[in-house]
Ligand binder design. Sequence first.
Ligand code: ADP
Ligand code: MG
Length: 558
Amino acid sequence: MITFSELGLDEKLVKATDALGFVNPSPIQEKAIPVLLSGTKDFIGLAQTGTGKTAAFGLPLLQLMDAKQKFPQALVVCPTRELCMQIVNDLENFKKFLPGMQVVAVYGGTSISMQVRDIRKGVQIVVATPGRLIDLIERKAVNLEEIKYVVLDEADEMLNMGFQEDIEFILKNTPNREATWLFSATMPPEIRRVSKKYMTTPFEVTVGKANTANKSIDHQYYVVAAQHRYEALKRLIDFNPGMYGIIFTRTKLDAQDIAEKLTREGYDIDALHGDLTQAQRDKVMNAFREKTLQLLIATDVAARGIDVKEITHVINYELPDDVEVYTHRSGRTGRAGSTGICMSIVHARETYKLRTIEKMVQAPFHKLEIPSGKDVCRKQFFYFMDKLLKTDISHGDYETYLPMLEEKFADVSKEEVLQRVAALEFDRFLKYYENSGDLNVREQRKDRDQRGSRDERGDRNRRGGNERGERREFNSPANTTRLFVNLGTKDGFYKASFLQFILDMSDLKKDVLGRIDMKEMNSWIEIESKAAKQMIKSIDGKNFRGRKIRMNDADSRR
Ligand code: ADP
Ligand code: MG
């Protein structure tokens, strides 16, 4: 196996990788570093998350800097503040033995004057999010004249987040750029376009298959009815007592709600999403990193690029809309050679989506059953007993209490003590799971359901008189009902998330819906009359963030 110094890296940088415990370069590092060290070649590196891309560009970049020159010579652009801080943190580690080298992080949501001051102190590398960087460019607070290297990290995500124009602006404003290095997990056409426009015959390296998730991840999925998602999530957490995990939701609303609910129920969890202030985000991230927080629930944007070690589980509370997002999510676990589990809670009708993802990830997905209440209790019990047995008693002063304890427990048998300990620890679980049901969607039931709906459709078709009768029937206003609901954009919904919400709640298919008209406080939903009742029944009177939802036929009352 090749070593870091064989790649042409300076001894001081090799020393730093040693100190970090990096034994050999990862594949992307092995391929990228020798090329990048030339300093004049444009470069595209495609590799899945967790493959060590930061060092792949960070180490050569540091070697190419002139520490005696106190102005920015390199620019690293990345999508989020968290990633920005993480890259700076990694660079700090890499440059430990390089005196005079300075790196600054530049991102939004915090004092700009402080960052301006940091830049003025004389830095060689600026690591920035696009928005704040442009702010600084426009204020003329950062001099890009001498920038020789521009690194675009997580380029696909930056484009996903709508930073395309910003990136082009940045590339246009670095007139003396000698090389552009682009790193990405995937290669959508827009990146191809940007690279064509701003890069000259880039050296392209793909490690593994682009779009391929890490092989050390076990992909599991659990099929449940939409209204059982939360319950299923809880069981999965309870069934994996040592879990150190991230749960992904599609909306920040879900992230918030579930975090609140689980916290109330005694779980060690917090949410990370775009609505938090920077200080709040830092606090959550620090607690999670230090493992004082066991679970993190996050939206994709908020969690992008975060590298936390030893994450055991990633849970998709819902499958992401975009299949590529799945790769990014699952890549939070199974990092740097360790193994991880990515669990997805899916709805029976989402299995087609799962197949698409499975194909893209090129790894088999395993269908597992949501454990029963009994399974959960058993698992918790043994976990606790294991912990009890492994508890280190060599350091305390426990022996002093022994005579007292022996006296107290003189008439209690060992079996009884164990039972009492168990009761004390498991009461909560036993009570909770005492009457718990089966959350799995059984094939049999599914078949029956499908048959049922097919018959119904047949019926309708007969009446409608032709194949397309169903659609026609729905389109005619006579068969459409307009529903009023007291939820709107003020509740944090966008049309897509609202649609998802009402369909999930009512377990109905999208094609029963017609137009949806959302206002700030209320919305109107056009729905097939046949399905209207079911929707009202499953939504009206339910609670939404502490408020009662009101849903009724918009035209019949009043
Ligand atoms: P990516 O940007 O590709 O998602 P990172 O650069 O964040 O990946 O690296 C993922 C993890 O792997 C980090 O914790 C990093 O410290 C570690 N790592 C990187 N290179 C090596 C290496 N050569 N040997 C061991 N661990 C490494
Ligand atoms: Mg990275």
